[in-house]
Design a protein. Structure first.
Length: 265
């Protein structure tokens, strides 16, 4: 019996070790490609970061690896902006000082305007105007508006209030109407004391200016001081007459009455 002779099959292609070697080389190549890609710097982002540091003058002592476009012009622009900001703040400060300095002058002009109005309307003999810390004070004596111990406005006093309303129409300031009496006691059914009388007189003036002359009610406030704020000693008929009065105060917008509520002199 003859033995079957086997023929050895020869493998075609590259040797097996070559496959392993090529896989290893491919992996090494990929590894170095990854390292190379990770080492790349985003130039745009880097320039932006470097520019921000350069604006903070950190690169004035250490040269940057990135060339800047016109670095001197950037510094000049920054200096110009700083100068402009400083000039603007200085100008605003001057304007604020100007406003505060012009405020008293505007009230002084208001006094002159009121005095001219009173003179042209022949009211300067019955109504006086004074400049105080609170504003401009118009003083009307009792006999101009009221009868003795009464708070109803007399007919002869209405034309005066009508002209005062024309003056107040052109002035946007808040108006405070104050009633004052002398120190002689009063006791009637309607007015038990000078407190009620002085308050009622101030309220009557406001009621006439707002209802009859149609002035804005939100601009007005009324207060009665009784005999607590005299302008003259209560020791003679002439001084009693001076103390019985109604004051219309055109308030200064900058005046804080809660901290300095003093009588007008």
């Amino acid at each position: 019996m003859k033995l079957r002779r086997t023929t050895r099959r020869e493998d075609k292609g590259a040797p097996k070790w070559m496959v392993t070697f090529s896989d290893m080389m491919t992996l090494i190549l990929v590894f170095f490609i990854l390292l190379f890609s990770m080492s790349q710097i985003d130039r745009v982002k880097f320039e932006a970061v470097a520019e921000s540091f350069n604006n903070r003058a950190l690169f004035d002592f250490y040269p940057s690896i990135v060339e800047f476009e016109n670095p001197s012009s950037n510094k000049e622009n920054e200096n110009q902006e700083i100068k402009k900001d400083g000039a603007a703040s200085e100008e605003s400060g001057k304007e604020e000082n100007k406003d505060t300095n012009e405020e008293p002058n505007s009230l002084n002009d208001l006094v002159k305007e009121v005095e001219t109005f009173l003179k042209e309307n022949q009211l300067n003999k019955v109504i006086s105007a004074n400049r105080t810390d609170r504003g401009v004070v118009l003083t009307l004596q009792e006999q101009v508006l009221f009868e003795s111990a009464r708070a109803d406005i007399i007919d002869d006093g209405k034309p005066f209030l009508e002209k005062v309303s024309k003056l107040l129409t052109n002035i946007p300031n808040h108006v405070k109407v104050e009633g004052h009496t002398d120190d002689r006691p009063i006791s009637t059914f309607r007015y038990p004391s000078n407190w009620e009388l002085s308050t009622a007189r101030a309220s009557s003036v406001i009621r006439y200016l707002t209802r009859v002359e149609q002035l804005d009610t939100n601009r007005f406030s009324a207060v009665g001081y009784g005999a607590t704020r005299p302008v003259a000693p209560n020791n003679s008929p002439d001084n009693w007459e001076k103390n019985r009065r109604v004051e219309i105060v055109i308030l200064d917008p900058n005046y804080d009455e809660s901290q300095n509520d003093t009588p007008a002199q």
